[in-house]
Each structure stands twice: as C-alpha cells, then as structure tokens.
Design a protein around this ligand. Structure first.
Ligand SMILES: [Zn+2]
Ligand SMILES: [Zn+2]
Length: 559
C-alpha cells in the first residue's frame, strides 16, 4: 500500500522514526528528523510481558543516545505512563540535557517523578493549547483533545515538508464533566490549509462506536454507590482525574468518607489539588489508618491496581493481606476500569479472590456504564481523518492488527499514501512523496524490580529457573582423587527429586564418575559429573534443570 523505492533528487526530506508504540499498546515514543535535527515526541513505558520480576519496559534508546547532539527537544502529549514513564531512563542515558515541553498536568507528574528518583531536573517548559513553540526548526502547537486524563493534547508540527498532525491519545466524547472537549474546529481548519502527514491513535479501531460518555460514568457510579450498605471500594486508573473529581463529589453527597489506597493515587490527588482541578474538603478525606474506626456504610475507598498488579492496594485487598483494611461480606468492589489486553488472567483471578471473601464485584460486564474508554472508536477515527484529509497517513498507538485496520479505514476514506510500520522502521517524506527508508535499531529494555536492566541472558536464566528449577552438587576429593565428603545434592524447584530413591540413584552416579577419575579425556571431572547428573535427572523426572557442580580438592588451591 506504499511506495517502497527511495526517492531521488536533493529535495528536503523528513524522517518519521518510531521507537515505541507501533506494534504494541504502550511504550510510546517517536522521532521526527529533518536537516540533522531530531524532535522526540513522548517517552513512555509498557507493561511487562512476562512474569520474571520485570518492573517496567521502556524503548531501547540506543539510536537516540548515539544521536544525542541532534536532539532539539522532547515534546509530551499528556501525562499517561505510556507517554511519560520512560523519561528518567531516557535522560539517564543522554550525555547532554534536553528541554522537555509538556502540558500543565503532565509537567507536574514529570517533575514529581524526577524529584522522587533524585534526578537532576532538566529545563521543563509548560505548554498551552493555542500557542506555538519553536523547538529547533520545528514549530509545535498543542491542540486540546478529550481523553481519560486532563490536559491531553494533539500536536500540530510545522516542518520543512509541511504540516504534521499527531492526534496523541484522543476521543471525541462530547459529555466530559470538566468540559475538556476535542477542538474539532482547529483540526478542520488545519485540514483546509493542507496537512502533509496524519499520525492517529489506533487503539479502539475494532469498536465501531463509543460505548458511553465520561459524564455518564459519574451518574452510574453515584447510583451504584448509593445502593450499597457496606464499604465500597472503587478500583480505577489513578490518572483519570475527571473520575477522581466525580468520586469526591459522590463521597460528599453520599455521606461517605473518602480514603485513598495506593501511592500513585495519592500522588495524582496531590497534583490535581495543587493544580486546583480537584477540591477536597479536609473532613472528606481520611487517612488509611482511620478506616478501622468508621462504620462500613460511611466508607468509600479508591484503590489503584485495577489490572491486578502484584503489590497494588487492590490486589492485596483481594487476598485479605492489606495491613489497614479487611473487606467482609456485604462490602462491594466496583471496577471502574477496563482490562488492558494481556492482563485478563490476573484480573480474573483477583475478582474471584474478592468473591471468595463474600465481597460483591461489579465491573463492565455486569454494569457496562462503570467505565468508558478514552480512545477514539472507529467512528471517531473516521471523523478525524475526514477533518484533516492528510496527504499521507500513518497509524500509531496500536498492535499490528489495530494499525492495519486503521490504515484500511484511511484508504477507504480516500487517502492514497499510507504506511503501516512498526518500531524502528523509517518512513521518509518529501513535499510530494513518501517512501520506506530502512530502519534504525529499536527494541524493548526490561528493568527488573530494584532498578537493574534485565539483559537477555539474565532473563533467559530467570525463565529457565522458573520452568525447570536448579540443582547443585558438592563433591570434596583429596589429592589422590578419592571422595572424602559428599556428594551433597541440593535442588530447588525440581519436582520429585527429594525422594530418597531418586536422590540415591543420582549420588551413586556421582560416586561412579569420581571413581573413574579421568572421565572422558577431553572433559574436566566437574563437567563429567554435571552431564551425568543432568541426564540422570532427565531419565528420572523428565526435566533438564541447570546443574551446578562445586568440586573441592583438599590440599590444593585450585578447585
Ligand atoms: Zn493516554
Ligand atoms: Zn497512550
């Protein structure tokens, strides 16, 4: 669907270089490069894709680090973690400091995160919609869009090859409690003037229409909470300030006291109150330590962890392991959130753990009005393309499946130059044409709990240990090669190996190998023992765990 041959001639060109978010939901980060200058847009993290102790996943920044001197700035669309969460990792790797431009709410979150991590604060420039900012040779104008967070923006970027519009994360919901509506008039106006490239959010391409409005969620929550006689816990995305604000009002009108469980939720409240977008009367908010003193019908708890994340408040409540609150029969948990693809199993386990405690659970399945998405449905995506009428279209913020469907939608609407590309693949644009232009290094970096990067080898080891366990063998021999102690066999996570018969069989093999002394001429005694033990374990139990052999020789330094 796209030209694949390079253009000829010396005309000015611009490269679109995605480093994250194209081919997956999350980890959003792309670059625009013209005349040796690079503008970076967004810098987010992704969810861990396996259960081996990974805390966060962020884009591989090697290409940007190598080109650090060309970076003119980082421009942020909004404050969701998949757009700002990787900033500390990104700036750590850069030798120089780059300015960061962000709307008000995202800027406060970035500042707070950098302070919390003890990082030097780079130049942070607050941006407002309707104004333009010169970043190198790029002129960037944020445009207001509706989304499940306050101060969300699209970007209009003027470049040497023409105007680029990046929608950011957006929807066209017209019933927003705080009036944060998408500025359709500005998109139409820019479309009239001519747009060279549109980059648009693909997340909800499979939904034909919006399922509801953010304003209606507040009405539904109010009714559901009013109908309860026990404690109510609402699990939600902590960054959805519109919804936090509505829940404060619901707490006041239902005569319940509000309690916040979860560090991220408390941080979001702190920033929203600082910005003046949430007003919580002091008597309304109670510290978690006071929960035990209140009758259940006066309690409204907001809790982070709606995706079942291991150490979150909601997960600990579901396991009856929260130190300050134990739910009981008659209490209710409302999931005012969706399940992000990939997290289904963990969320289902958590809901069942609540039910096991006699706690009622309501979610989008039995109360559809409990949540609406902040991403454009197909109908809204169609409207955006019709407003902007771009020369070239590239879908972003989606898996390959989502982006290909979005590309087809654009072609159905008459856009003839379209590209579906994934992270690292480059599209080069000139005034009149666009073509694929090779690739740059891109990938995922996994950061383990504790903050260390989990390299590919260590990750493989963790996966192997999780699947097969590990065995360690200790043997002590004297200078004549006779075994004088052991063998000592220890196993972790290998099923059945502790049974006496199996253990004796393995120890017998070790003794035989030591008696043979030389083993196979080309192999050390340690290696002979390792191989023999591993194949015996495989024969006995059907698994091949790693085997560590510690061979100690008395009277010699070398082991
Ligand atoms: Zn978002
Ligand atoms: Zn996003």
């Amino acid at each position: 669907m796209a030209q694949e041959h390079p253009a000829s001639g010396e005309s000015t060109s611009l490269q679109f270089i995605p480093l994250g978010g194209l081919g997956e939901i999350g980890m959003n980060c792309f670059c625009l490069q013209q005349d040796g200058q690079i503008l970076v847009v967004d810098c987010g993290i992704g969810f861990p894709d396996d259960d081996v102790g990974v805390d966060v996943v962020h884009p591989d920044f090697d290409w940007l680090t190598e080109n650090a001197s060309s970076i003119v700035g980082l421009f942020i669309t909004h404050g969701h973690e998949d757009h700002i969460g990787a900033i500390p990792f990104f700036i750590d790797g850069l030798g120089s400091e780059i300015p960061i431009y962000a709307p008000r709410h995202a800027l406060e979150l970035i500042r707070s995160r950098l302070e919390q991590k003890g990082r030097r604060i780079p130049k942070l420039q607050r941006v407002d919609c309707g104004q333009s900012y010169q970043v190198g040779d790029f002129l960037v104008e944020p445009i207001e869009v509706a989304h499940s967070i306050i101060d969300a923006t699209a970007l209009h970027i003027q470049t040497k090859i023409g105007s680029i519009i990046h929608t950011g994360d957006f929807d066209l919901d017209e019933v927003q409690p705080a009036g944060h509506l998408t500025n359709g008039r500005r998109f139409r106006q820019l479309g009239d003037e001519g747009v060279r490239l549109l980059l648009s959010d693909s997340t909800n391409v499979v939904r034909e229409q919006r399922s509801g409005h953010e304003g209606d969620v507040g009405v539904a929550l109010k009714e559901l909470i009013a109908a309860q006689t026990g404690r109510v816990v609402v699990g939600l995305f902590s960054s959805n300030v519109h919804r936090l604000d509505q829940l404060v009002k619901i707490a006041l009108s239902s005569r319940r006291r509000l309690c916040l469980l979860g560090r991220s939720l408390r941080k979001q409240f702190e920033i929203a109150m600082k910005l003046g977008v949430i007003d919580v009367p002091p008597h309304c908010l109670i510290p978690p330590e006071s929960l035990a003193d209140l009758p259940p019908e006066q309690v409204l708890v907001l809790a982070g962890g709606s995706q079942g994340e291991g150490p979150s408040a909601l997960r600990r409540l579901s396991l009856a392991q929260h130190p300050l609150l134990r739910l009981e029969k008659g209490d209710t948990v409302l999931f005012s959130s969706r399940v992000i693809p990939g997290n289904e199993r963990g969320v289902a386990v958590m809901k069942n753990d609540f039910l096991r405690q006699g706690v009622k659970v309501q979610d989008q399945k039995n109360a559809p009005q409990l949540h609406v998405s902040g991403h454009a449905s197909r109908e809204e995506q169609r409207k955006m393309i019709e407003w902007v009428r771009p020369q070239t279209f590239i879908p972003v913020h989606g898996t390959l499946y989502h982006m290909q469907a979005h590309e087809l939608l654009a072609r159905d609407l008459g856009v003839s130059s379209t590209f579906t590309i994934e992270n690292g693949q480059v599209v080069s644009l000139e005034e009149a044409q666009a073509y694929r232009a090779g690739s740059v290094p891109a990938g995922k970096v996994r950061v383990a709990y504790g903050g260390q990067t989990l390299d590919a080898r260590t990750r493989r080891h963790r996966i192997e240990l999780g699947r097969n366990g590990v065995v360690s063998v200790s043997v002590v021999i004297n200078q004549q090669g006779e075994m004088i102690a052991g063998p000592q066999l220890r196993s972790y996570g290998v099923p059945g190996l502790e049974r006496d018969g199996l253990r004796a069989s393995i120890e017998k093999i070790i003794c035989e190998k030591v008696k043979d002394k030389v083993g196979q001429a080309s192999l050390s005694l340690s290696e002979v023992i390792r191989r023999a033990v591993r194949s015996e374990i495989y024969r006995l139990s059907g698994v091949k765990p790693p085997v560590e052999v510690h061979l100690h020789r008395t009277g010699a330094d070398k082991v």
